[in-house]
Design a protein around this ligand. Structure first.
Ligand SMILES: [Zn+2]
Length: 136
């Protein structure tokens, strides 16, 4: 089986085997697990994965780790071809999940503190202006 690439508006409710669905608007990709277990794999694009169209076939980087299904499959898809990696062990899954959550927390807190700084500056601006006027 080779994975075809399909650019869609929305990931369909029923996925077809052998197709990587990609929606730029929702920044998601969806496919059925390559092992045939029927698990629906959802990827955050471009947050966690990159998806390209190569002559109609899908390339996905980095590797896909199916942590949330019993198969624990791990593979890379290049121009539609599946390159199998050893399945994850429970400890590896825990470690990767932990790292991903940590990354999300780090990313989420950054823009908030940046916006917070700008916002507090904007809020203080009228009083700063008043202070400057008084000084003149
Ligand atoms: Zn699977």
């Amino acid at each position: 089986m080779k994975y075809r690439y399909e650019l869609v508006d929305r990931i369909p409710a029923q996925l077809t085997e052998g197709i990587v669905y990609h929606t730029e608007e929702f920044e998601l990709a969806g496919l059925l697990c390559a092992c045939g277990c029927g698990h629906r794999v959802t990827l955050l694009v471009p947050d966690s994965h990159q998806v390209w169209d190569e002559d109609g076939f899908a390339t996905i980087r980095p590797s896909i780790g199916v942590f949330d299904a019993p198969c624990k499959s791990h593979y890379v898809i290049t121009a539609g071809e599946i390159d199998w990696h050893p399945a994850f062990t429970g400890a590896e899954v825990d470690w990767i999940m932990h790292a991903q959550i940590a990354r999300h927390v780090a990313r989420d807190s950054q823009p908030r503190s940046w916006i917070h700084r700008v916002w507090s500056w904007v809020r203080k601006f009228p009083s700063t202006l008043k202070r400057l006027r008084r000084r003149r």
